[in-house]
Design a protein around this ligand. Structure first.
Ligand code: 0X9
Ligand code: CA
Ligand code: ZN
Length: 660
């Protein structure tokens, strides 16, 4: 159901009454069911109901906080006057401060006398907001997913949209939370949230800056924290200027808690909220007494890493309207540096806040310099979870338009924050970068490098080869590294001296190869296991035969057609018999190896056929042939007999090696 024109709205009112009756029967058991809805239009006439006033005759800035302390909701500060929404009791309290009030016949929250703008169909109501989230997920299923983080008092799902590459995984990327619509009538904030969802998903893959962010961050968007209040505000066809949620309060007919006074950090501490249920800034009977704040709290707490408890959400913006402000914590105190707000933290908030405000033209300030609030979301997100959180008060900066700018203003109002949202998201991994202190507060993860002094070496069977493993601390602090190797020939060992080192140190790797190891090349993987990462390097191990039992002949020998040729290798330092794992390494240059027969001839004349006319028309032979020569005395002259059995295509024996 879209926001509609007056005529359509009126026609819908009967249906709305039915819907209200239906929700009442499904209201959660955790609280009393919602009372009867006030008659539209008669609401402002309720004895206790807040109404709009201009407060004049302020003499000092402290008067602003004194007004806030009465419980009146300050909506706008203009030329030393305040636009407020106050109950009759709060108006009397304002008068006791020596200030005067002028009732506003023109509601500051909208043009005309509560008539809603005629061109607001583009605003998203609750069902349309959920549908918009679903549409984003349907169009971008690999980078967007939806979850329900809890239910509102009246039982509506509170929906969160997740946006990231590999959206189904928790990849440990810095996470960013955008929340909107804690205050029911601030409908433009929903549009801002949906704008961000569209921006990130719609331009993924085409705008490299956005692709980088979606790849390197996790975005959480909760576009409607207060769905009951938002629906109540517009559902009858006449805007109600409703702020709070729709939770009843026991012992009174006054409905609703100000969600942005219900958070649990310094809740109700400092005169920045009201204990009276009639008030626009009613803080609720306890911190998180509202199901909506409890749901968002539980969601945020669920983003702590189960290993170690570190909060993955690093940065957040809570959207409100209006006034065009960039606000930072704390709201409960005017002090800049207090517990949980060091000078560097405050400087980061202030510097980054001003930088963001420079992109959207808003006014940057600490939240409390507007007026003191306690129990606000930003104080909790920062004070409790150390999430860098700003409150943005959106368009316009004009109390005569207030909470209800025409829908035709949505594109410019939301688009104005494109740069601020992207810049802020880029800082999310380490906001301290804004004051140049990222190396102090966000040291890079500990990482090490590992290299080998030589990347290959030869060991004779029964012998060994060694090289030096060099490590470095490539970022962060040094870490313990355990060294190991795999891919060795059967029976071979790799021993490290020492086996465990600190990054920056070296170790000697000794590979020992048992006698009888088949001569060949082996890719040995050397692994350094650090505290969080591992590094590997490859060592090319060439195994030769026993020492003294090797021979080579590098002399080129032409291989004519149909004529046997022989190439000799004489071995005279190899006692006893040859091994069962001897090897003959042969390199022949030839255009048609299928012509060739290769035979090893032992000193006593015994012949071992290595290959017999295999390989068809392939070029060249570069091959090591394993042979069992355990029955042969090693010393003597060995011969490689080469025979080209077909006419045409002649070649050359380039070289060959013998390992006994
Ligand atoms: O009063 C509020 O909750 C916010 N203004 S609004 O008109 N949207 O209601 C301002 C809150 C400022 N304080 C903190 N963010 N702590
Ligand atoms: Ca990801
Ligand atoms: Zn607000």
């Amino acid at each position: 159901m879209p926001f509609r024109t007056t005529a359509l709205r009126t026609a819908l009112m009967a249906g709305v009454a039915l819907l209200a009756a239906a929700t009442a029967t499904t209201a959660p058991a955790s609280g009393a069911p919602a009372g009867p809805e006030p008659v539209p239009g008669a609401a402002a006439a309720d004895a206790g109901r807040a109404a709009p006033y201009r407060v004049t005759h302020l003499k000092a800035k402290t008067d602003v906080d004194a007004v806030a302390r009465t419980g009146a909701a300050i909506e706008y500060v203009e030329h030393g006057d305040l636009i407020v929404r106050a109950t009759p009791a709060e108006v009397r309290a304002i008068h006791r401060l020596g200030l005067r009030t002028i009732p506003l016949s023109t509601d500051p929250s909208g043009p005309g006398t509560m008539a809603f703008p005629s061109s607001d169909a583009a605003y998203h109501d609750y069902a349309e907001t959920v549908a918009a989230v679903d549409a984003v997920v349907a169009a971008h299923p690999t980078i967007a997913s939806r979850r329900v983080i809890g239910k509102s008092y009246e039982g509506r799902d509170i929906v969160a949209l997740k946006i990231s590459d590999n959206v189904a995984a928790d990849e440990g990327e810095p996470e960013i939370l955008f929340t909107a619509n804690q205050h029911a009538r601030e409908h433009l904030t929903v549009e801002q949230a949906l704008y961000i969802a569209d921006l990130l998903t719609g331009q993924y893959g085409s705008d490299p800056r956005i692709s980088r962010l979606v790849d390197g961050r996790v975005f959480w968007i909760v576009p409607m924290v207060n769905p009951d209040g938002a629906e109540y505000d517009h559902a009858t066809g006449t805007y109600q200027s409703w702020r709070k949620n729709r939770q009843p309060n026991t012992g009174t007919t006054e409905v609703g808690t100000d969600l942005n006074r219900n958070w649990g950090y310094k809740w109700g501490c400092c005169g920045g909220s009201s204990k009276s249920p009639a008030s626009e800034t009613y803080r609720g009977k306890a911190a998180f007494s509202a199901p909506e704040t409890a749901a968002v709290r539980d969601f945020v707490l669920s983003r702590r890493d189960p290993n170690g408890g570190k909060q993955r959400i690093k940065a957040a913006i809570d959207f409100h309207s209006y006034g065009q402000l960039v606000l930072w914590p704390f709201g409960y105190t005017k002090a800049t540096t207090v517990t949980n707000m060091s000078a560097d933290e405050y400087a980061t908030y202030e510097t980054l806040g001003r930088q963001l405000a420079a992109t959207n033209g808003y006014t940057p300030e600490q939240a409390s310099s507007l007026y003191v609030t306690d129990g606000s979301i930003d104080d909790w997100l920062w004070g409790q979870e150390r999430i860098f959180t700003y409150t943005f008060e959106l368009y316009p900066d004009d109390w005569t338009v207030g909470f209800y700018p025409p829908a035709s203003d949505i594109p410019k109002a939301t688009g104005a924050n494109r740069e601020a949202v992207l810049t802020f998201s880029e800082y999310a991994d380490c906001p301290y970068r804004a004051i140049g202190k990222d190396t102090t507060y966000c040291p890079a993860a500990n990482q090490f490098g590992m290299t080998l002094a030589s990347t290959s070496g030869t060991a004779t069977a029964g012998g060994s080869v060694s090289t030096t493993v060099t490590t470095t601390t490539s970022s962060g602090s040094p870490q313990q590294i355990d060294l190991s190797a795999s891919g060795l020939p059967a029976g071979a060992t790799a021993v490290f001296f020492p086996p465990s080192i600190t990054s920056g140190q070296t170790s000697t790797m000794v590979i020992s190869v048992p006698a009888g190891t088949p001569p060949a090349s082996y890719g040995v993987s050397v692994t350094g296991t650090g505290t969080s990462t591992t590094r590997t390097a490859t060592f090319g191990l060439d195994v030769d035969g026993r020492a003294g039992c090797l021979g080579a002949n590098d002399t080129d020998l032409p291989i004519p057609d149909l004529t046997e040729v022989r190439s000799p290798i004489t071995v005279n330092t190899c006692a006893g018999n040859a091994t069962g794992a001897a090897a003959v390494e042969v390199h022949v240059v030839h255009p048609y190896v299928g012509d060739l027969v290769l035979t090893l001839v032992a000193p006593d004349g015994t012949e071992y056929v290595l290959r017999d006319r295999t390989g068809g028309g392939a070029d060249n032979i570069d091959q090591t042939f394993p042979v069992d020569l355990s029955g042969e005395v090693a010393n003597g002259t060995w011969q490689l007999k080469v025979y080209d059995a077909a006419v045409g295509d002649t070649g050359t024996l380039d070289r060959w090696k013998l390992s006994l």
